[in-house]
Design a protein around this ligand. Structure first.
Ligand SMILES: Cc1cc2nc3c(=O)[nH]c(=O)nc-3n(C[C@H](O)[C@H](O)[C@H](O)COP(=O)(O)O)c2cc1C
Length: 189
């Protein structure tokens, strides 16, 4: 059974990321081993840029917080799904901190700069925007998802659902829900 890690990066418990977290859990139920990590409820601090992780060749981070226990989960999963809002045209701060902490997978002694145990993983980024422009946000999300290659996520897909300001409004958007269904299938394949 595939191991799928869901990273929910929203603070709005009645919002769209939470609504799709529930939908994905239903879609994946019985078909994958799912671990859900809600950054908004966790303590994931910004990277200290101390380079402590560069003195070793296994992913680790000297800063001990809720990201620490997640490192082996990130390393051993088959796929990761990020659910997140767009904040000020960018990744929300809590997700940017999460991305920065994957610097702990970077190994300058390797040809591909990665000390990830697995480098064959899939990554889906499903984002929500109150307004848009959705095409610009999709480029922004794709650019950021590429940085997860250091942690072994080499294959990625991105989607941004626009006009999603109202909490839970995603559940009435048929086309965006179809993308979620396709993402679930792709993550399981
Ligand atoms: C701090 C903040 C900044 C935001 N910036 C943008 C933005 O730049 N563009 C946009 O379209 N929506 C923006 N929004 C709206 C959210 O992206 C939108 O409400 C989204 O659906 C929230 O997702 P969630 O329900 O999963 O939390 C912002 C919301 C907040 C709280």
């Amino acid at each position: 059974m595939k191991k799928i890690l869901i990273i929910n990066s929203s603070k709005r418990k009645n919002g769209n990321s939470y609504a799709l977290e529930k939908r994905f859990a239903e879609l994946l139920n019985g078909k994958a081993e799912v671990t859900t990590f809600r950054i908004g409820e966790k303590d994931v601090r910004p990277c200290l840029a101390c380079d402590g992780c560069k003195r070793q060749h296994d992913p680790n981070c000297v800063q001990k917080d809720d990201f620490t226990a997640l490192i082996p989960e990130i390393d051993s999963c088959d796929a990761m799904l990020i659910l997140a809002p767009v904040h000020w045209d960018q990744f929300p701060a809590q997700l940017k901190a999460f991305l920065d902490r994957t610097y702990s997978f970077m190994d300058f002694t390797q040809p591909d700069f990665s000390m990830a145990g697995r480098k064959d993983k899939k990554l889906a980024g499903y984002f929500f925007a109150g307004f848009g422009p959705v095409d610009v946000y999709t480029n922004m999300v794709e650019t950021n998802l590429k940085s997860f290659a250091t942690a072994g996520f080499v294959d990625y897909k991105a989607h941004v659902a626009g006009d999603a300001n109202a909490p839970g409004s995603i559940m009435s958007k048929t086309e965006d829900l179809k993308v979620a269904d396709d993402f679930a299938e792709w993550l399981l394949a």
